[in-house]
Each structure stands twice: as structure tokens, then as C-alpha cells.
Write a protein that binds this ligand. Structure first.
Ligand code: HEC
Ligand code: HEC
Length: 340
């Protein structure tokens, strides 16, 4: 009799522990990254990360419903195959064929990013979508209208309710869902990462390129994220009145400074620089070697011993390029978790 009861209890405990395991797996949905990455900057806090919330953010990212005429989605300018930069265009096209003045940046490792936009003008991932949605050449949609469309939509209204509770959709919920999707876009599976994890070796040229990179580029494009998120002027010829960081701080000493971009996936995110002026990595390397323009706010690291720029021989350039190609993460660009 007693032994029966114990057996029953044991069975019950076993089933219970299995179902807990299941719960565990569900709540394990979260940011994963290698141990050589620093701690992420974004803390989900009140925005509790769940698979449902992430999937809702993903649906919204690919849905043109957020633009005024339902023609442009976030994905129109941020394509997964290009590490979420634009499809090979200097200035993206938004609603009604309009275009802005800056190049669409790649999107990955955003949970580590303390500032957003080329001029660092946005400092929180949860307010980030406000800019493209309301921008008159990107999606041209006021928030009130966007929220109304979502509330009138049969499946979105259900999906939001099941995550955020029985209340109408508001912009906070929209921003939370998009922040969940964006912050989960983590890229750490390039050949460089395989090498860091001892799973792959670099060729002689790639390895030489890494050493040149560490000596000449890493003070701004710092490993392992390949940026230090500072705002600097890297000596580009001034072609227009985009003041960059100076537009935000209104200090002339910040004019024409832009956020140091990550160089992860750099072979996939052409064209380059805040206005997409360079089509190839060769042009970028020629710029650092011989194209740096003297300017009051030029970063002091780009003047050495009174000489402008970073001297690079033909061979240095070949090796640097070989190294930069090891930063492409094809697991990231083809990950079905991130696709529509
Ligand atoms: C018409 C093209 C276009 C659309 C549509 C668009 N973006 Fe962008 N996105 C850009 C451009 C251009 C920038 C850089 C703007 C700047 O620096 O002023 C940018 C910047 C960003 C950044 C900052 C990245 C960084 O490294 O600083 C994020 C995040 C982002 N977009 C997310 C989104 C989301 C989410 C949507 C949809 C709600 C969206 N974008 C829709 C073109 C677009
Ligand atoms: C003094 C800091 C600094 C140094 C040193 C530096 N960079 Fe940059 N880099 C920047 C800044 C700032 C930008 C963005 C400039 C802009 O768009 O206005 C940039 C942009 C780039 C881009 C374009 C990225 C994109 O997404 O469009 C590439 C590629 C690049 N740098 C490679 C290099 C290489 C290779 C070296 C070494 C030879 C190097 N950088 C050295 C600050 C630096």
C-alpha cells in the first residue's frame, strides 16, 4: 500500500520535473553571446523578453503597415542578407520614392549600443522606432495613425493583448515589441569569432591583416564589437551641410563628427560611410591611406608625426581586406529566426 503511494508520488514528481524543464526552456529564450563580449548595455527591465514578444516585433519589422501608405517596412531599408543594411544603395528610398541624406546602417548587436543614428542623436533602443516611423521621407506615419491601424487589425490586436494584457495597443507596446526583435539580432559567428573560440584558424594573410588592424584601426573600431561607440571625424571630405554630432550638441567642436560604426559584416554592408560615398573597401582603405582631409575637428589619431592619415602599403591593404572579410557572419544573415 505504502510502496504504491510512494511510487505514485515518484511518478508525479517525475512528470512535474519534466514540465518544469519545459517551462525552463521557454524562459531560456534570451540573448546569447560569447564570453569575450562585454555585458549588454540594454536591460530589458519592464520589457520582459519572451518568444511571443520577439515574434510580434519580427512581424512588425517586416510589415509595411507602419508606413503611411503601407508600402515601406523597416525591412525595405534594412535587409537581412546585408546584415540589415540597405540593399546596395547609398541613400535608401522611403515612401513615394523619397530619400534622405544618410546611408542605412546595418543592424546587429544593438543591445550593446549606447547611442543610435550616425549622429548619436537617440540614446535608447525603446524609442528608436519613433524616428523612422514618423520621418517624412522614410515611413511618414504619425504615431496616432500607426496605433489606430494596429488596433483595427484583427490579428495584431489579438497578439498584443495576449502579451500586454486586455487594453488597447499603445506606442509603448509597439516600441517594446520592436525593441525585443532588434536587441535579439546578435552577430557573433564570423570566421573571426570561430578563431577567437579556437574553432578555426586564420590564413597567414588574414592573421597579418588582424595585426595591422590592431595596430592601425582598433583604437576606434575596438574588438570585439569593432566600435567604441564614440563620435569622431575621420577626415572625410565635407560634401554637404550634415553637421553630424554637432547637430545634436550645437557645439562647433562636434561638427562633422559621426558615430564610429561596427566593422562586423563589413563586406556585406556596402556602400560605406554616413552618406554611402564609398562603394568598395578598396576606396575606404585608400581614404585612410591618402584621402584624409585636414579639418579642425579631425580626430588626432589620424594625424601622426605631423602626417595626415594612416600609411598603408599595397600589401597592407590586401591583408587588411582579407582580415575584414573574416568579419562576415553568414549564420546571422541566413538565420531563419530573424526572417519574416
Ligand atoms: C526609408 C529607409 C528606412 C526605413 C523604412 C527604416 N530605416 Fe532605420 N535607418 C535608416 C537610415 C537612413 C538610418 C540612419 C539615420 C541617421 O543616422 O540619421 C537608420 C537608422 C536606424 C537605426 C540606428 C542604427 C544605428 O546603428 O545607429 C535603427 C535601430 C533602425 N534604423 C531601425 C529601424 C526600424 C525598427 C525601422 C522600422 C520601424 C526602420 N529602421 C525603418 C533607414 C530606414
Ligand atoms: C579615429 C578613429 C578611426 C580610426 C583610427 C579608423 N576609423 Fe574607420 N571610421 C571611423 C568613423 C568615425 C567612421 C564613420 C565616418 C562617417 O561616416 O562619417 C568610420 C567608418 C569606417 C568604415 C565604413 C563603415 C560603414 O559601415 O559605412 C570602414 C569600412 C572603416 N571605417 C574602416 C577602417 C579601417 C580599416 C581602419 C584602419 C585602417 C579605420 N577604419 C580606422 C573612425 C575611425
Amino acid at each position: 500500500m505504502i510502496s504504491h503511494k510512494i511510487r505514485f508520488l515518484f511518478l508525479f514528481a517525475l512528470i512535474w520535473s519534466y514540465s518544469c524543464q519545459d517551462d525552463q526552456d521557454k524562459s531560456d529564450f534570451g540573448l546569447t553571446y560569447p564570453d569575450y563580449f562585454p555585458a549588454p548595455h540594454y536591460q530589458f527591465g519592464k520589457n520582459k523578453l519572451t518568444r511571443e514578444g520577439f515574434e510580434l516585433g519580427r512581424a512588425l519589422f517586416f510589415d509595411p503597415i507602419l508606413s503611411i501608405d503601407s508600402t515601406i517596412s523597416c525591412e525595405s531599408c534594412h535587409a537581412q542578407g546585408h546584415a540589415f543594411a540597405d540593399h546596395n544603395t547609398a541613400l535608401s528610398t522611403g515612401i513615394a520614392g523619397l530619400s534622405g541624406t544618410r546611408n542605412s546602417p546595418a543592424l546587429f548587436n544593438l543591445a550593446w549600443q549606447p547611442i543610435f543614428m550616425w549622429d548619436g542623436g537617440i540614446n535608447h533602443i525603446e524609442v528608436m522606432p519613433l524616428a523612422p516611423i514618423t520621418n517624412e521621407v522614410e515611413m511618414g506615419q504619425d504615431m496616432e495613425g500607426a496605433i489606430k491601424k494596429l488596433n483595427n487589425h484583427p490579428t495584431y490586436s489579438k497578439r498584443f493583448r495576449s502579451i500586454f494584457g486586455e487594453k488597447p495597443i499603445d506606442s509603448q507596446q509597439l516600441f517594446y515589441a520592436l525593441a525585443q526583435y532588434m536587441s535579439m539580432l546578435v552577430s557573433y559567428n564570423s570566421k573571426y569569432d570561430q578563431y577567437r573560440q579556437g574553432k578555426s584558424t586564420l590564413t597567414a594573410d588574414e592573421d597579418d591583416g588582424l595585426q595591422i588592424f590592431r595596430a592601425k584601426c582598433a583604437s576606434c573600431h575596438t574588438e570585439p564589437l569593432f566600435t567604441d561607440y564614440s563620435l569622431r571625424n575621420n577626415g572625410l571630405e565635407i560634401l554637404n551641410d550634415d553637421l553630424g554630432y554637432g547637430r545634436i550638441t550645437l557645439e562647433t567642436s562636434d561638427n562633422h563628427k559621426f558615430k564610429v560604426p561596427s566593422l562586423r559584416n563589413i563586406a556585406l554592408t556596402y556602400p560605406y560611410m554616413h552618406d554611402g560615398r564609398f562603394r568598395t573597401l578598396d576606396q575606404v582603405l585608400d581614404h585612410y591611406d591618402s584621402g584624409i582631409v585636414q579639418y579642425t575637428n579631425l580626430d588626432p589619431l589620424l594625424i601622426q608625426n605631423g602626417q595626415l592619415g594612416i600609411p598603408l602599403s599595397q600589401e597592407d591593404k590586401l591583408k587588411l581586406k582579407a582580415f575584414l572579410h573574416t568579419l562576415s557572419d553568414f549564420t546571422f544573415t541566413s538565420n531563419p529566426l530573424y526572417s519574416e
